[in-house]
Design a protein around this ligand. Structure first.
Ligand code: TXA
Ligand code: MG
Length: 327
């Protein structure tokens, strides 16, 4: 087990940010807030530091990581941007969008962080604490979500500590994250952009910006483009039952909108993602609601239907993964 003594909780003050940056530059592991979820950061140019991420998360090695950089100039040093990539970067960075582009031959992101792929996943986050940290580190920071592999992504520093306390050097506490669901991942590896993972920027918003449809996932016959998209991801301990029209006795209920399902009084615990049926509010609360329903001890979390438009596509994607049979 990757024990690192106690994990420090750092405030995002000048001193806290300096300490976090120094830890990263020395090869340490520091979790930090982004506007989507908390990331578990390591110096992306340092393979030994990156290996520490995989160990702390108990994540399969073949899973490539997102390299976080402070701005477009730093991103261009790591990856090659075609016309669509340029347009997306200019329109949505800083923000909840990750671009997978061909890696530059002289890029600094380690092979291990890219899992040996010829491409690199790049993101410029908007969260002020992430930005201040990246500026101080001055190198790309590899950061998957700061949870144990296969568990629900963290949206607060306490979530991070409940999964990783004692396994990482520090967590920068920037409060609850605003978007609450991971970045949208778009591959710009050829003329046709591909949606590898729905996320914080809705598909419709991206399509409007580029004036064309994005295609889904990998093309027929190709290796999967986002190998991290394992079916059983984001799994709470409880079994997840989707499209629940009624709540069975002792189930935990995850609701959306003002209408209440039958049998709600029999529920062991109830969370409403958004009583006013606002998808942005629902995305922001999703992972924290799953954690709290899981903590109720219910064996089943029954999930009411959620519309599949806008941010609903990413919410339903995460819920389907949470419901997938873990074998
Ligand atoms: O919002 C987010 O994206 C958060 C915050 C911390 O930035 N990060 C995050 O990272 O969700 P992670 O590691 O949980 O998910 C990264 C995804 C994985 O599905 C991985 O397979 C995919 O990005 N990925 C990374 N590099 C790739 C590449 N070169 N080609 C295709 N997919 C890639
Ligand atoms: Mg993750």
């Amino acid at each position: 087990m990757a024990t690192r003594g106690t994990t420090k909780r750092l405030e995002p003050t000048e001193a806290g940010l300096d300490e976090a940056a120094a830890l990263l530059r020395r090869g340490g592991l520091v979790a930090f807030p982004t506007e989507t979820v908390y990331g578990l950061g390591a110096d992306a140019t340092n393979a030994a530091a990156v290996a520490g991420i995989y160990a702390a998360k108990e994540r399969p090695r073949f899973n490539p990581l997102i390299a976080h950089v402070h701005g477009l100039a730093a991103a261009r040093r790591e990856g090659s941007f075609n016309e669509v990539a340029d347009l997306l970067a200019e329109r949505f960075w800083p923000g909840p969008l990750t671009l997978v582009v061909p890696a530059q031959g002289d890029g600094t992101v380690s092979d291990l962080a890219r899992a040996g792929l010829p491409s690199v996943a790049l993101r410029v986050p908007a969260h002020p604490v992430a930005r201040a940290l990246l500026e101080r580190v001055g190198r790309p920071v590899a950061a998957p979500s700061a949870n144990r592999s296969g568990r629900v992504s963290p949206t607060t520093a306490s979530h991070v500590l409940s999964d990783l306390d004692g396994r990482i050097d520090a967590v920068l506490d920037g409060g609850a994250t605003e978007v609450g669901i991971e970045s949208t991942i778009i591959a710009c590896l050829g003329p046709v952009p591909r949606l590898l993972r729905p996320g914080g920027v809705p598909r419709e918003t991206i399509e409007a910006a580029i004036g064309r449809a994005v295609e889904d996932g990998s093309g027929a016959g190709e290796a999967p483009l986002a190998p991290g998209m394992l079916a059983s991801h984001y799994a709470p301990r409880a079994r997840v039952r989707l499209d629940a029209q009624a709540i069975e006795p002792d189930e935990a209920a995850l609701l959306f909108g003002p209408s209440l399902p039958d049998g709600l009084t029999r529920a062991r615990a109830v969370e409403n993602l958004s009583e006013r049926a606002d998808l942005a509010e629902a995305a922001a609360r999703l992972f924290s609601a799953l954690r709290s329903l899981d903590a109720s001890g219910a064996e089943v979390i029954a999930v009411a239907p959620i519309p599949d438009t806008g941010l609903g596509e990413a919410i339903n994607d995460r819920l389907r993964r949470a419901a997938a049979d873990r074998g």
